[in-house]
Design a protein around this ligand. Structure first.
Ligand SMILES: Cc1cc2nc3c(=O)[nH]c(=O)nc-3n(C[C@H](O)[C@H](O)[C@H](O)COP(=O)(O)OP(=O)(O)OC[C@H]3O[C@@H](n4cnc5c(N)ncnc54)[C@H](O)[C@@H]3O)c2cc1C
Length: 292
């Protein structure tokens, strides 16, 4: 029986582990190793890194820091989470089991990516970007495409128009209607072109040729891992989200949720802030543990 098991070893889960270790709580992190942060070629809005930091480097630093305060890590994909008489029972896909008094769920989201060959390379070189809040600054005044269902890309046009005048909408489902744009001056290309990647740039191929971009932002949605919270008895919202209070508590006693899995603003700074709040609250709720 561990004090706290953190499920997910991205920025949220790793920060929670740092705090719990420094609170002298026994903490184990179970992680499947697919943090969204691993996609980040270089983050320039991560506080304290004025020259930028890659996602892999940030994850490695956070893990080293958590381990230095006693957090233990296991590579594991959690398949089941259930409330028990004394806390929680957690089961891995490979049949391993763990027990904890409290659980912090930090399992994040998985982006739905366009179906193009070498899509990971396209993200790594910045031809494809997934988060304008994260990195649109880096492509200010460049040729940018927004790819996805019309309603989704229209809702991002205003935000990205603040970064460049060379903005095109590349709808996947239907031809766009200029009336939806509320006067925002962007180029709208015909729907259902083919997104392509030539090793350096992404293009949008139509019958009359291919339009090339310095970067393309796809908005194809995400897959959530909120089902683990539901298994433990949390009633998800109609949109499939996990409701939490100001301490990051779910409605199931002892179960917390932090990071992209609950945040509307999917950012590292938000994830680490929520982690600190949850870790301190869990600590206060666990049995008092005076030092001998
Ligand atoms: C291309 C890209 C660029 C980005 N750039 C920036 C940026 O510059 N600045 C910024 O602030 N944010 C950026 N972000 C967003 C940032 O990566 C996320 O906000 C952040 O990673 C969220 O942290 P998290 O810990 O909540 O989730 P994640 O980092 O996604 O971590 C979740 C972890 O949980 C694990 N997991 C999931 N399910 C299970 C399971 N069942 N069992 C065990 N483990 C599980 C996953 O494998 C993963 O390791 C970027 C995202 C992308 C995709």
């Amino acid at each position: 029986m561990v004090d706290v098991i953190v499920i997910g070893g991205g920025p949220a889960g790793l920060t929670a582990a740092i705090y719990l270790g420094r609170l002298h709580r026994a903490c184990r992190v179970l992680d499947a190793g697919r943090s969204r942060a691993r996609w980040i070629p270089e983050s320039n809005n991560c506080p304290g890194f004025p020259h930028g930091i890659s996602g892999e480097e940030l994850l490695a630093r956070l893990r080293t820091q958590a381990e230095s305060f006693g957090a233990r890590f296991e590579q594991a994909s959690v398949a089941a989470l259930a409330r028990s008489a004394t806390g929680f029972r957690i089961e891995g896909e490979d049949g391993r089991c763990w027990q904890a008094r409290a659980v912090i769920l930090a399992t994040g989201l998985a982006d739905r990516l366009p179906d193009i060959p070498c899509v990971e390379e396209a993200v790594a070189c910045g031809a494809l970007r997934l988060c304008p809040v994260c990195d649109a600054y880096e492509v200010s005044d460049r040729e940018i495409g927004i790819h996805g269902p019309w309603d989704a890309i229209v809702s991002h046009a205003r935000f990205l128009r603040g970064y460049t005048a060379r903005l095109s909408l590349l709808p996947t489902d239907r031809d766009g209607d200029a009336a939806d744009l509320d006067g925002i001056d962007v180029r709208v290309l015909p729907a259902k072109g083919q997104l392509v990647f030539d090793g350096k740039r992404c293009g949008y191929a139509l019958d009359d040729g291919c339009y090339w971009f310095d970067t393309v932002y796809p908005f194809l949605g995400c897959r959530s891992s909120a089902h683990l919270a539901a298994q433990a008895g949390v009633a998800l919202t109609g949109a499939g989200e996990i409701p939490v209070d100001a301490h990051q508590r779910t409605r199931v006693s002892g179960l917390y949720a932090i990071g992209d899995i609950v945040s509307g603003l999917n950012q590292i700074s938000v994830a680490v802030g929520q982690a600190a709040v949850a870790a301190l609250h869990v600590h206060g709720e666990l049995p008092f543990a005076p030092r001998g």
